[in-house]
Structure formats: structure tokens, C-alpha cells
Design a protein around this ligand. Structure first.
Ligand code: SAH
Length: 341
């Protein structure tokens, strides 16, 4: 059965019309779900009984099961959730001074194969539906009884390998009658699928784009991130020039600092050279150790950052969240259920 959260408002309107219902019912249903946080069609009292029966027949509704919850000293909460088909996913809530941000998972497993990442320990089993992403937001809101103000699609999975569902997800949570999370508070993070970056540029939305770069030259990036064999750094730059030109938005480069791998001053200079002239900034990420990967956290973070600053690169250092819990993507899941679904 279909999850009611899979529908954008336009999709729901079409489906209701097919069921012989009026268009405005879609707004009412959206309000029940996303404004009043009601998880039972029977409680949607301004809908006719017959419509409620139809909804029960065609749609599932209700939060995901919380299998485990780890709460960090800094307020970060890491959730292990179970999907309807039994699959396990992680979702992480981070508390910032500017708001409450949720890191959403977009695929069950991931096939991008980045060498340092724990998410890829489970190969992609399937894409999540838009509703399964929406439900991560609803489940955490219900559990914490608080709003979520920001969403980053940076959990397990490659969002641009699940493009259409991710776009539906964005439209649902951004809709003024839905959760109304502002486009500028929504960030998609990609390892660099260039054709999809261009498609995203043409969407006409004001959401943010983050690029997982992690290496400033092709030789090293080929070793760390297999996607670089398909799209070289030149291709990526060209796609980003197109994106920036089309959207007038600033791009974020994520750069995990890995000890003795990509953290020398030479790498910093190559990175500065690569992004020169792009409307972009660099977010340096302290590596969250993944036992199986063999990579370690850099000891050279401050020097790397200073070199970028000296070269006039806009750079920030990502604050570590939940380092006392299984903070790295996919780690809680891997520990709990292994690398099987
Ligand atoms: N596939 C997308 C989104 C998921 S990964 C992407 O590549 O952007 C989200 C971010 O977390 C990426 O920048 C990824 O490289 C980073 N990441 C993965 N494992 C990490 C770890 N152990 N420590 C710190 N960051 C990590």
C-alpha cells in the first residue's frame, strides 16, 4: 500500500479527483498531517466518513518504528528506524544555535563506494520513497515534540541517485500547507553526479547544494571516490559553474580531513586553486573514525584551514556532533543489524 506521505499536494489532488473527491480535500489532509500532526485517518474529523474509509483502503499512515535512540551530551540524537518492509535506516537530529537540523537518509544502503564511509558497507538495496524521507522528519518531530527547522539530505545514500523521490520529498516538506521548511533551510549533498547537478540547477528552487569533494586532484579522488572515474574534477567544475550561473546560489564543498591522505598544505593549495573563481566555500569536516575503513582523523586541521584562509578561500570548520555516540553515517545501523538488510 502507498504511504500518504509519498504525495506532493499536486499528486494528492490528482488521486483524490480519481477517487471522486474534491480538490480542496488535499489541503485539508495536508493540514491534518503536517500542521496538526495527526497519524490516523479516523481523527480527520472534517473529512466525510466515506472519504476516511477510502483513505484507509488506499494509503498507509503513521510514524516509523524507533528501534534504538542514542542521545549525545551535545543534544544530538541518533535514531535507528525501521521501514515498513523491515529495512533499517539512520536519521540524526542535530541541535544548532540557528535551529534543529535533521540529517535524512535517502537510500537503503549506498553504491557509491567512497572508501572512508560507513554507509557504503551495505550496498544499495533500494531507493527510499519520498514518504519514507518525509516520515523520518515526522517521526523525529513526534518523538521530540519539537519542530525541525532545517533538513540536510546527507544521511545514507546518494540523493541524486534517487533524484525524483528526493525532489518530491523537498516539495512536500517545503510546501506552505505542509511542514513549510524554507527552501534555504534544505540542503542536498552529493558526491558529484554532474548530469543531476545540472538538472537540479533547472528546478527553480532556492535549496542549497553541497558537494562532497574530499580530494583536490583526480588521482587522489579516483582512489577515494569511485564516482570520480565517471565524472572527473573538470566535469564537476563545469557542472557547478552551470549551477551557480543558473541559480545564483553559493555552493558548499565538503572536505573531510583524513590523516596523511588529503590534509597536507599542498592539498590545501590545490583545493584553493580548484575552487578559485567559484561562488563557493569550503566546509572542513573532522573525520569520524570508521573502524573498518583504515582512515584516521587528521591532526593538521588548523594548519590546513589557515592555509586556505591565507589563499582567500572562504572556509569553515564543521562542529562535531555526537562524537560520543556512533556519530558516523551508517555506524549505528552497521553495529546493530550488520551489513544485511
Ligand atoms: N552521498 C551524499 C550524501 C551522503 S554522505 C554525498 O556524498 O554527499 C554525507 C557526507 O558525509 C559526505 O560529505 C560524506 O563524504 C561524509 N562522510 C561520510 N563518512 C564520513 C565519516 N566517517 N566522517 C565524516 N564525514 C563522513
Amino acid at each position: 500500500m502507498k504511504l500518504i506521505y509519498d504525495d506532493t499536494q499536486d499528486m494528492l489532488i490528482d488521486e483524490l479527483i480519481n477517487l471522486g473527491e474534491k480538490k480542496f480535500r488535499a489541503t485539508q489532509i495536508f493540514e491534518w498531517i503536517y500542521r496538526k500532526h495527526i497519524y490516523d485517518f479516523d481523527e480527520m474529523t472534517n473529512l466525510s466518513l466515506s472519504l476516511r474509509e477510502k483513505l484507509k483502503k488506499y494509503y498507509d499512515i503513521g510514524c516509523l518504528n524507533i528501534i534504538e535512540k542514542q542521545i549525545s551530551k551535545d543534544g544530538t540524537i541518533k535514531y535507528l528506524l525501521q521501514l515498513q518492509d523491515g529495512g533499517f535506516i539512520e536519521t540524526v537530529l542535530m541541535i544548532h544555535d540557528y535551529g534543529r537540523s535533521l540529517c535524512v537518509t535517502s537510500q537503503l544502503g549506498c553504491s557509491m563506494g567512497c572508501k572512508f564511509c560507513a554507509s557504503g558497507l551495505l550496498k544499495k538495496q533500494r531507493n527510499l520513497t519520498a514518504g519514507e524521507m518525509v516520515n523520518q522528519v515526522l517521526t523525529v518531530m513526534a518523538d521530540t515534540e519539537q519542530n525541525i527547522t532545517h533538513v540536510v539530505i546527507m544521511g545514507t545514500g546518494e540523493p541524486f541517485d534517487n533524484y525524483d523521490h528526493v525532489m518530491d520529498f523537498i516539495h512536500i516538506i517545503n510546501h506552505p500547507k505542509g511542514l513549510a521548511i524554507g527552501a534555504r533551510h534544505i540542503t542536498v549533498s552529493t558526491c558529484g553526479l554532474c548530469d543531476k547537478i545540472k538538472q537540479y540547477a533547472n528546478e527553480g528552487i532556492q535549496t542549497n547544494l553541497a558537494i562532497s569533494l574530499h580530494a583536490p586532484n583526480d588521482e587522489l579522488r579516483n582512489q577515494l571516490m569511485p564516482i570520480n572515474h565517471r565524472y572527473h574534477l573538470d566535469d564537476l567544475r563545469e557542472a557547478l559553474e552551470y549551477y551557480i550561473e543558473k541559480t545564483n546560489r553559493r555552493v558548499t564543498f565538503e572536505y573531510i580531513l583524513l590523516k596523511d591522505i588529503n590534509d597536507s598544505l599542498i592539498h590545501a593549495r590545490q583545493l584553493a586553486h580548484y575552487i578559485k573563481g567559484l561562488n563557493a566555500y569550503v566546509n572542513l569536516i573532522p573525520y569520524n573514525s570508521v573502524e573498518e575503513s583504515g582512515f584516521h582523523k587528521s591532526q593538521n586541521i588548523e594548519a590546513f584551514k589557515s592555509e586556505l584562509l591565507r589563499l582567500k578561500v572562504n572556509v569553515t570548520l564543521r562542529k562535531e556532533h555526537g562524537s560520543d555516540i556512533d556519530g558516523a553515517c551508517g555506524q549505528l545501523r552497521a553495529k546493530k543489524v550488520g551489513n544485511k538488510q
